[in-house]
Write a protein that binds this ligand. Structure first.
Ligand SMILES: O=C(CO)[C@H](O)[C@H](O)COP(=O)(O)O
Ligand SMILES: [Fe+2]
Length: 252
């Protein structure tokens, strides 16, 4: 049995002119978490918003009392310099800081400190730093990146270096409303087989037509933007996504 089903609507598809109200509404419609897409125009070819906006929307959604609890702000950091923004986002009300493995790796390679032993320029030390800042840590993989890169993190003897969640992208990051890439699901399957208790999130193109494949592969944290915010009845879509994960999880 996989960890509990968590439905995290992506507010990328909300109305940015009334984000607070849209976030509060999606929570009332049954969402567990809010998936907050941060894009910087460098790591991805699109820009969304930064920490000041997150701080404003935080006022509309209660902070979870527990780790992974209802109202978790799951910040998907599609940014070139993930280590630089951890503190700002923690202060703004982020609960889970999910950085891209590819960004941490390349910012380490490009950084002038790369030749030194700066503790925060590689994925393992970035996970530790996020934990030291009091946040949950997530690591996201783009479609071209294989899951083998995660072994060192997930099997670290030090719990501070182990991520709380892995995000497998099922579209190229940057835009909502793209077509689901089923080709990414073997990555989910491989992780679930090896780590039965791991929170595995999928993001991109998820909705009523694709959820069963993702749930059967072992994903338990489901991001859905256009499928929720574009629905006639968002509560019904959230409930359908949850049932699919719960059904698949009982059979794992
Ligand atoms: O990270 C993202 C894009 O980079 C979004 O979270 C994702 O695409 C959600 O949108 P949709 O469900 O419409 O595909
Ligand atoms: Fe996302």
């Amino acid at each position: 049995m996989a960890p509990k089903a968590i439905i995290a609507p992506s507010i990328l598809s909300a109305d940015f002119a009334q984000l607070g109200a849209d976030c509060a509404r999606t929570m009332d419609q049954g969402a567990d978490w809010l998936h907050v897409d941060i894009m910087d125009g460098h790591f991805v070819p699109n820009i969304t918003f930064g920490a000041p906006v997150v701080a404003k929307i935080r006022k509309h959604v209660d902070r979870p009392a527990e780790k992974h609890g209802r109202g978790t702000f799951d910040c998907h950091m599609m940014i070139a310099e993930p280590k630089k923004w951890v503190r700002e986002f923690q202060k703004a009300g982020c609960d889970l800081y999910c950085f891209h493995y590819e960004a941490a790796f390349s910012s380490a390679a490009e950084s002038p400190e790369a030749k030194t032993t700066d503790a925060r320029t590689n994925p393992k030390d970035l996970v530790r730093y996020i934990h030291d800042c009091g946040l949950l840590a997530g690591v996201a993989l783009k479609p071209m990146t294989g899951v083998d890169v995660l072994t060192e993190l997930l099997e670290s003897p030090d719990p501070k270096e182990r991520p709380d969640m892995i995000l497998i992208m099922t579209v190229e990051p940057g835009f909502g409303g793209q077509k689901f890439m089923a080709s990414e699901l073997p990555k989910v399957q491989a992780l679930r087989k090896k780590y039965p208790d791991l929170n595995i999130e999928v993001d991109g193109g998820l909705g009523p037509g694709t959820i069963d494949q993702a749930a059967d592969a072992g994903a338990n944290v489901i991001v859905a933007g256009s499928a929720v915010f574009g629905a006639q009845d968002p509560a019904e879509v959230i409930s359908l996504l949850r049932s699919s994960v719960e059904k698949a999880s009982a059979q794992l």
